[in-house]
Write a protein that binds this ligand. Sequence first.
Ligand code: HEC
Ligand code: HEC
Ligand code: HEC
Ligand code: HEC
Length: 259
Amino acid sequence: MRTDGFCCIVAMRRKGEIIRFAGKMQVSLFINPLTPREAMKIKNLFLALIVAFTVSMPPSAANAGITGSAHDFSSEGWTGGEICIACHTPHNSIVQGPPGSSAPGVPLLWNHRLTKPPQFYQMYTSYTFDGSPEGAYQGPTKLCLSCHDGVMAIDSLGDGFGNSGTNFITGPAKLGTDLSNDHPVNFVYDTTLANSDGNLYDPVTQASGMGGTIKDDMLHNRGRLECNTCHDPHDKNSIGKMLIKSNVNSELCLTCHIK
Ligand code: HEC
Ligand code: HEC
Ligand code: HEC
Ligand code: HEC
């Protein structure tokens, strides 16, 4: 709570609001010298205002939901001023699976071209990892990677495979096609995995801290650990990095890991 409050004040300062307010006070103090009692009153009022800002402002959020988030491309010419269109369309969405495969079509009225097979991903491995990820999987992770692998351009809209756009993701948000240095994704996280690992909570019974169990609130199709286990592409919480819950004191990690 205290940290959030601090962030709010910093955020307000950045916008210049508190600085401007403090500036005004200085001017009035200069014109009209105050008694120590009056000065104390103003100081208390100032503190009360800071407390009021702290309580009423959402934690350090620069945006509310997807609007204004890193996933709001409505200011780019290729979206025609819309937000959802970068990823979804109400009509004529992608229906086909990858060429030459029997995989089902893409759900969610998806409107972003997918990375063309045989571009598969190098998945996480380690001597203690018990999951079995699939490099060619077509779930939500694949949808995220249709921009975050850096192979597909962000502005490649519509049905099909291969690029139609030219605007590629760069910087730390580019995960690339080698996912072996990222938290494992694309695997089933169930009671069996938790038991064989020994240091994981059982997702079927353990609370997520968001109202239900880990299985209900964090696993795709109530079974798989995917990118959207930890992130909400619509940034509903606006707590930074599109996380589905805060990771202050590693509480996101400690939702599942017994450490
Ligand atoms: C940058 C890509 C992106 C944008 C932009 C985006 N979405 Fe999504 N959306 C996704 C992904 C990926 C999923 C699947 C993962 C998930 O459910 O979190 C999804 C899932 C959904 C779902 C089904 C699951 C749910 O949350 O109910 C709905 C409905 C949806 N989006 C609506 C919207 C609407 C409406 C907008 C515009 C205001 C929008 N999305 C903008 C990527 C996006
Ligand atoms: C339409 C392309 C597209 C899709 C699809 C997409 N993203 Fe992004 N995402 C971006 C871009 C572009 C950025 C901004 C990168 C930058 O700032 O350099 C971004 C930023 C992010 C960030 C950083 C946010 C921040 O505030 O720093 C996260 C986290 C993220 N995406 C997760 C996801 C996840 C998870 C999915 C799938 C559920 C997804 N993205 C799907 C294009 C996409
Ligand atoms: C187990 C939880 C977890 C999973 C699964 C996960 N992430 Fe993240 N991700 C995080 C956390 C936590 C951060 C913030 C790290 C930080 O701020 O230091 C993050 C940060 C990011 C960022 C921002 C990078 C930056 O510094 O700007 C992007 C983009 C991103 N993740 C995309 C993805 C994509 C795409 C997937 C699926 C392939 C994914 N994440 C899976 C927990 C996760
Ligand atoms: C939704 C539950 C969940 C969350 C949240 C989560 N993890 Fe994991 N994590 C798992 C599962 C399941 C595995 C696979 C464990 C295994 O089989 O060894 C895993 C694997 C790992 C591994 C590799 C273990 C190995 O044996 O190679 C590390 C390290 C790790 N997680 C760290 C983190 C960190 C750090 C965070 C927070 C940023 C985090 N996890 C968040 C569920 C989660």
